[in-house]
Structure formats: C-alpha cells, structure tokens
Design a protein around this ligand. Structure first.
Ligand code: KG4
Ligand code: ZN
Length: 342
C-alpha cells in the first residue's frame, strides 16, 4: 500500500493550520493567523480566535488542496487536534474535521497537540529518532517531554506552572513598551545588549525547587523581576538600558529552558533533544542550544520554523504515522479537551 494521504487540521490557539501529507512527505502547509486581531489586546483572546478559525478554515482547506494538487475525494484520512488548547478554538477544527470525515467516509484521528509538535520532525529528511527529549516552547505551552515512541509512549516530564515562555516574552515586551508579539521585538532590541548586565532569576532552579520541580518551569517571577527593575530605574529618573534589559531577560529564559532540557537528557541517558514551538524562532535560544548540546554530546534537532509554530502539517504527519502503525481511528463522539494529557 502507498503512504496514506492525510489532511490535518490545527485550531488549538490563534493559528488556523491546514496541512496535507502523503506519509512523511509534505504536500501543503497553509497557516492563517489571527495574531493581528489579538495584538490590540496584548494576547490571544479565546472568543476572537474561535471566530477567526470559523472564517479561515474553509479558504485554508481549499488553498491547501490546491497547493497539494489533490482533491477531497482522494484523501485517505483526516487528523485533527483535540487538545490541549483553547476549547472554543479546538471545537471549530473538530467540527470541520468530523464533517469532512463523515462526508468523505474516511477515518478520523483525534491527536494531541503537543505530540503533534514532536510529529513535525517526521516530515521530510531524516527520520525521527527515539528516545528523544522534546522541549516545546510557545505562547501557549512550555513542556518537556520524553518520547520513547511517538505512537504510544510519550511522557510529560515537566511543564510551566504559570506563564508559557512565549507569554513571558509578550509580557516583558509590554513592560518595555514594545508591541505584541513580544518575542521578535525582544530579539531585535537585544542586539548589542549585554546578556550578563543584569542577573534575572531562573525560575524553579533553587535546590529546594529541584526536588519537586526538576523539569518544571516558572516565568511569572522573572516577568515581575524585570518589571520591578525597570520601575526602580524610572523612579530614580534614570534611563532604562533597553538592549541590556532585553538581552538579560532573554538570557534568563534561554538559560533555564536549556539547563532543564539538557539535565533531562543527562539524567535519563537520552542523547537527543528536539525543539518545537514558536519560541524556537529566538536567535539566542538556537545559538545557546547548539553550543550546549554539542558540549553535552547531545544531538540537537530543530525542524524548519514553519513546522515549529502551530501548523496542520504536523497533525497530518502524526495522523499518517498512526495509520501506518495500525492504530484504530477515533470514534466520532470525541470533544475538545483543553487539558488533554500526552
Ligand atoms: O507557536 P506560536 O506561533 O503560537 C502559539 O503560541 O501557539 O508561538 C508564538 C509565541 C509568541 O508568544 C511569540 O512572542 C513567541 O512565540 N515568539 C518568540 C519569538 N518569535 C515568536 N519568542 C522569542 N523569540 C522570538 N524570536
Ligand atoms: Zn503549539
């Protein structure tokens, strides 16, 4: 049998993603983002995201089919993100996926968004090697996973106990008077700044924290520390050294992310680290990841950015893998699960 032709639908946050794969070959990856609509609120507004998915889905599906050069009738299966994510946003994608699967009479696979991020590495090039530790960092999640087998053995090692890493970038950007989304802005402003100028806190890194939260993250204290530091400067009537603050904040985030991810690799004897999520666009994160992974003898994998940010292709690729592994499809009664575990 030839590799299955799968259409994947991703609507867990603010990106409407439609991807089409044939097995592990990418045919289309259409992403419509409602980011701009959220910009004036300084973050993703669930209701706005859900409505935007409703408007974007139809055109995105048509565009993906055209790019892939296939018709709906040729699809072998549909895959859709059923969680975790924003419930209302997820429901829009799930509704569309069920309608398609019913009308086309093809199997439907409900998949986990975080496992989907790992599935991004299936696409093209070299195969996903396991076991691997995966660090997923975006505006919605910051999770550390141990992937022994993509289909049936993915373990959550830790996650953020408050803000996601991308969210921290967005909030600190706001403190610094920079627009949303904050990640790219902070990257830009940090150029020429000294990452060692200010020692901002690394969340959950004290010996007492490491017992219970060895692989967990916390960024809300860091955000507060930056805000206090900036306020103190302003109160004293002194100028705020933007580049140094941005570079020092970014360093704190990058340091804690990679220290914990590489500690997991070492503790568990896993010599592989996969990165995913929109924060992977961060230049310093990539730079430090490459240097520290090399030093630790850990093979680093970073899929292309278009497959790191939320997208439908990774969902389609995971669906194709489930089919190849002989997994039964989902029954049509499933719903959106905003806290779906891996
Ligand atoms: O994966 P993504 O596109 O969407 C979700 O959050 O689901 O990630 C967007 C997040 C935003 O918080 C944005 O500020 C952050 O990723 N981001 C960055 C950079 N580019 C985007 N964070 C740090 N550095 C960047 N260069
Ligand atoms: Zn994501």
């Amino acid at each position: 049998a030839s590799a299955p032709l799968v259409l994947g639908i991703e609507t867990s946050c603010d990106e409407t993603g439609i991807g089409i794969v044939r097995g592990e070959t990418l045919l289309a990856n259409v992403i419509a983002s409602s980011m701009e609509e959220h910009a004036r609120y300084g973050g993703v507004v669930p209701e706005v995201a859900a409505r935007a998915h409703l408007e974007a889905l139809g055109p995105a599906i048509r565009q993906a089919l055209a790019e892939a050069g296939v018709t709906l009738g040729e699809l072998d299966a549909i895959a859709v993100t059923s969680g975790p994510g924003l419930a209302g946003a997820l429901m829009v994608g799930i509704g569309a996926a069920k309608a398609l699967a019913l009308a086309l009479d093809v199997p439907l696979y409900a998949v986990n968004h975080l496992v989907g991020h790992v599935g991004a590495d299936l696409i093209g090039g070299t195969p996903l090697e396991t076991p691997t530790v995966a660090l997923l960092v975006s505006g919605g999640h910051t999770s550390l996973l141990l992937v022994r087998d993509l289909v049936d053995d993915v373990e959550l090692l830790g996650e953020t106990i408050d803000d996601a890493a991308g969210e921290a970038f967005d909030k600190v950007a706001r403190v610094l008077g920079l627009p949303y989304p904050g990640g790219p802005e902070i990257d830009r402003v940090a150029v020429g700044g000294d990452p060692a100028a200010i020692r901002f806190p690394r969340g959950l890194s004290l010996p007492k924290d490491l017992e219970r939260h060895r692989y967990d993250f916390s960024f809300s204290g860091l955000k507060t520390a930056v805000a206090r530091w900036v306020e103190a400067r302003q109160d004293a009537g002194e100028p705020v050294p933007l580049a140094d603050v941005a570079a020092s904040f970014r360093e704190a985030v990058v340091d804690v992310l990679l220290t914990k991810a590489l500690a997991a690799c070492r503790d568990l004897g896993v010599p592989r680290l996969l990165l995913g999520g929109g924060v992977v666009a961060n230049r310093r994160l990539r730079e430090v990841a490459e240097a520290r992974a090399a030093e630790a003898g850990v093979a680093l994998r970073i899929p292309p950015l278009s497959l790191c940010t939320d997208n439908g292709a990774m969902i389609a690729a995971l669906g194709a893998r489930l089919i190849t592994a002989g997994r039964p499809p989902s029954t049509l009664g499933f719903g959106a699960d905003s806290t779906l575990p891996v």
